[in-house]
Design a protein around this ligand. Structure first.
Ligand code: FRU
Length: 435
């Protein structure tokens, strides 16, 4: 993309839109996040028992996404819905699952009860990492594109930094179906399509000073209805070793990046009411953007992030989007412990959302704070990894039910949006229903 200095434009809510390739990143501010509060519109009920119908007792199941078309809609392929989940051996303690994650898949005719099919990638196919983390799966014609995160470099052990590397990968295959289910054949090689560049996205090396988890992962591929182009969202961190939070920690002023799109309020300098811990500068989560080159599903170019949570939160995980009423709804999940220190008291494990007039724009945090769905106060870790499907159907996995590891899918929740900027959940299904 050539940087053309097209003028930003404004919508009725006074939110500015910027060209997709512009160097403008909106901020989720500390002030907004400090308003996070549980209420009846966002807080899910406490489960008193483990669901009876779990997807499978063979493996733990966590982050899950349906096979969709490029318009983010779930595909019904010859009578089957297909979901992809991170899976690990049930002999492992659930918190250990991340280190041996593999993508498995399950199929369903009614979208409610699921038949687990095992690993999606055949054993003989080389994958570029030690484990597979979250992504998205897109059907175009009879070709399925699998986007995922390759985590850990081959040969690295748990004490090596390279054990935590993260790169975005694509592989493709042909899908077919018969009365026994779905299968994939004609596998491509697995190709790395994006790495952190250190300039727009923090590298693992740059993250070393920080105390907690680094991210460059969770690719979500979609076609933007506003320009018809294919893009990818992903979880990243702001570049460099630290960000500026406006506290005098001796590190000097934040660098000013010359750009026609820089505005005073897209930094996240401290406000006067909220204490800023010296650690806040390491909390630098962002939502990254890449554009497909010339309609390719396999060649992407990194663009500047669309939203950052500098000084607010370290992880904006599994970012994804839905589109309605000419607006972009941007969704992400985050944990209590990844909010920067002064914000951890009211921050929760939850689904967070933002609405804007276009992909690169001034987003408003939904409900003022960004919080859309939260666990009950008695158990902040009941469910996680919420994923919003068009129409407000939200799936997730159960993490911990009444003190026991769950590792299965959560009952799907239906949510509505009011006046474009507010949400409330209105129904909980009996099962992990994929719309
Ligand atoms: C969210 C998450 C993802 C990552 C996966 C690793 O639950 O942290 O960001 O891809 O889990 O297990």
């Amino acid at each position: 993309f050539n940087v053309v200095h097209a003028e930003p434009s404004e919508n009725p809510r006074k939110q500015m839109s910027y060209p997709v390739w512009a160097d403008y990143t909106d901020a989720w501010s500390r002030e907004e996040a400090s308003k996070i509060a549980l209420n009846e519109d966002n807080t899910l009920p406490l489960l008193d028992e483990m669901p009876v119908d779990i997807v499978t007792d063979e493996v733990w199941i966590w982050d899950t996404w349906p096979m969709t078309n490029l318009d983010t809609r779930t595909v019904n392929y010859k009578g089957y819905k297909v979901i992809f989940s991170l899976t690990a051996d049930r002999d492992l303690e659930f918190p250990q699952r991340h280190w041996s994650a593999e993508i498995g898949y399950s199929i369903s005719r009614d979208g409610k009860s699921w038949d687990y099919q095992g690993d999606v990638f055949p054993e003989e196919v080389d994958t570029p990492g030690l484990r597979e983390w979250a992504g998205s799966t897109i059907l175009v014609g009879d070709t399925v594109y699998f986007y995922y995160t390759a985590s850990g470099s081959e040969g690295a052990g748990p004490t090596d930094a390279e054990y935590f590397t993260q790169e975005l990968v694509v592989a493709s295959a042909t899908i077919s179906a018969d009365s026994d289910g779905i299968s994939f054949s004609d596998w491509s090689e697995h190709k790395v399509i994006a790495k952190a560049d250190g300039d727009m996205y923090q590298t693992l090396e740059q993250s070393k000073a920080g105390p907690i988890i680094y991210g460059f992962r969770d690719p979500f591929v979609f076609r933007n209805p506003q320009d018809g182009q294919v893009y990818m969202l992903f979880e990243g961190n702001s570049p460099g070793e630290e960000v500026s939070c406006g506290v005098d920690d001796g590190s000097g002023p934040a660098p000013v990046v010359p750009s026609p799109y820089n505005r005073a309020n897209n930094s996240n300098e401290a406000n006067n009411t909220l204490p800023v811990s010296p650690q806040a500068k390491y909390y630098n989560g962002n939502i990254g953007l890449a554009a497909a080159k010339q309609d390719s599903m396999e060649d992407f170019e990194l663009l500047p992030p669309i939203l950052h949570a500098n000084c607010t939160n370290q992880q904006l995980e599994r970012p994804h989007a839905t589109f309605s009423g000419g607006l972009v709804y941007l969704w992400t999940i985050s944990h209590k412990f990844t909010f920067s220190p002064a914000l951890q008291d009211n921050g929760v494990d939850g689904l967070y959302g933002f609405v804007g007039p276009s992909i690169r724009s001034d987003y408003l945090p939904l409900n003022g704070s960004g919080l859309v769905l939260a666990n009950p106060p008695q158990n902040n870790e009941q469910a996680y990894s919420w994923y919003v499907m068009p129409g407000g159907f939200v799936e997730a996995f159960l993490d911990n039910v009444q003190g026991e590891f769950a590792g299965t899918l959560a009952p799907t929740v239906k949510m509505v949006t009011k006046k474009h900027t507010q949400t409330s959940f209105v129904n909980i299904f009996d099962d992990p229903f994929i719309k």
